[in-house]
Design a protein around this ligand. Structure first.
Ligand code: SF4
Length: 446
């Protein structure tokens, strides 16, 4: 058995589980939850997302999802005009008319989300009542649900969390004596979900379902015999809603990299009584493939320092993956929300000297980033250009959510996302930029 196959519990190198957390409450630089529609509409094939918002919201969603321009779109914006905002029209009547027209024109829609925005929240448009009214009118053919994608006090991945949490009450009740089932929670690309399903099938875990389902008719049931694995660390509300329905969350690392994927699969194997030897045999080929592929990317990343601005909520698991499997040195790991329960296995695996921060105060974070001069800064689009202008190399955090990144077969692609900007900078620096500082060592636990 080579090193790559040792499946013992991951050992901590110091860890940040009890380290002090810098809490920031200042100006924020993040996208809003409407962005999630870009990947959610790909996953839910008979759903339509109707944003109830302003022209700004329409521009955001249109440019973020510009790839849809040649397809029959599955999202749109019901634009609120000034007279709506001023209360001069009955916005509910307008909304009903828009929905009636949409459903008449698009008989393929089975699930309609009314997606709230900053303007609809500011005028306190009650979209949950609107969804109830419209659902009663258009059921059983179409279900109408609502969630908020507003950018007021939220970050962009919360759009997916709010959307999935809205689906949980729609799941039917599984009886107490139902066959145990495993629920994968998070909008994974189909190809990645299918890879995981094959691995679970090879372990003889018979009932595996996903939230969201690809079609609303396939929405699984939920009950005390449901065990669920979060595929994303930003699904706090969804996790809580499932637990309120009796489901039990399996504690695991998130499935990024060989180590995270192994631990995530292992949590399911243990919960379903899969024999340890069988589990090892099932995961060994994928784990070995991932380890081999990561070795090729490692030279580009090893010893390089990285600074995460708080944005996607993926920061902690990604920093764990990059430091443990690729030798990167996380200087600061900022995250919009530090969900200690869901990150309980992740935090002890971060190098002890890593500074953890929660929330955002963008000017102070920029100052710390400039002082640290990391080799790579992971941030939102709004910060990337200014930092590049100052000679810092950046990675857009939103790309990490758009790209298939989970599982053994995507581990090297995920690493590549971080290596690419560094390689580009190296090539440029050969020509025009002075030599970079020497690479850093992982700091020991202090
Ligand atoms: S929801 Fe708010 S933050 Fe998002 S595009 Fe609309 S106005 Fe802007």
């Amino acid at each position: 058995m080579s090193e790559a196959f040792v499946l013992d519990a991951p050992s901590s190198v110091g860890g940040c589980s009890t380290a002090p957390v810098l809490r920031e409450r200042g100006q924020r630089e993040v996208f809003c939850g409407l962005t999630g529609i870009v990947w959610l509409h790909r996953k839910m094939q008979d759903a339509f997302f109707l944003v109830v918002g302003s022209r700004t919201c329409a521009h955001l969603i249109q440019s973020a999802a510009g790839v849809m321009i040649f397809a029959e779109p599955r999202f749109a914006t019901a634009i609120m005009e000034e007279k709506d905002l001023a209360g001069l029209t009955d916005t509910n009547d307008e909304l009903d008319r828009v929905v009636d027209r949409l459903l008449a024109r698009r008989p393929d829609i089975r699930l309609l989300f009314l997606v709230g925005s900053c303007p609809s929240e500011v005028i306190k448009l009650d979209l949950s009542r609107a969804a109830g009214r419209l659902s009663a009118k258009h059921s059983p053919k179409v279900r109408v649900l609502n969630y908020s994608g507003s950018g007021i006090e939220t970050t962009f991945t919360q759009g997916e969390d709010a959307c999935l949490a809205a689906l949980v009450p729609q799941m039917t009740e599984a009886p107490a004596n139902a066959e145990p089932s495993l629920l994968i929670v998070g909008a994974l690309p189909d190809v990645v979900e299918d890879q995981f399903r094959r691995l679970f099938a090879a372990m003889d875990i018979a009932r595996v379902e996903a939230l969201p389902a690809r079609r609303i008719a396939d929405l699984p049931s939920v009950g005390p015999n449901t065990r669920f694995l979060l595929a994303q660390p930003f699904l706090g509300d969804t996790g809580r809603a499932l637990e309120d329905r009796g489901a039990v969350r399996l504690d695991a690392l998130f499935p990024f990299g060989a180590e995270g994927t192994t631990d995530w699969l292992h949590a399911a194997a243990q919960a379903f009584g899969v024999d340890e030897l069988k589990f090892r045999a099932v995961v060994a080929p994928g784990r070995e493939r991932a380890a081999r592929a990561l070795e090729k990317v490692r030279p580009a990343l090893e010893g390089r320092s990285i600074f995460f601005f708080p944005d996607s909520q993926l920061e902690v698991p990604l920093a764990r993956f990059l430091s443990r499997e690729l030798g990167m040195v996380p200087l600061e790991v900022g995250t919009p929300y530090l969900h200690r329960t869901h990150l309980a296995k992740e935090l002890p695996l971060l190098p002890g000297a890593t500074r953890l921060s929660e929330g955002q105060d963008v000017d102070r974070q920029l100052d710390r980033c400039r002082a640290a001069r990391p080799d790579l800064s992971v941030c939102g689009l709004g910060l990337a250009n200014p930092l590049e202008m100052e000679g810092l190399t950046t990675k857009w955090s939103i790309e990490l959510v758009f790209s298939p990144a989970h599982g053994f077969d995507q581990a090297a692609d995920l690493a590549e996302l971080f290596a690419r900007p560094l390689n580009r900078r190296d090539r440029l620096s050969d020509a025009i930029v002075p030599a970079r500082p020497a690479r850093r060592e992982v700091a020991p636990c202090s």
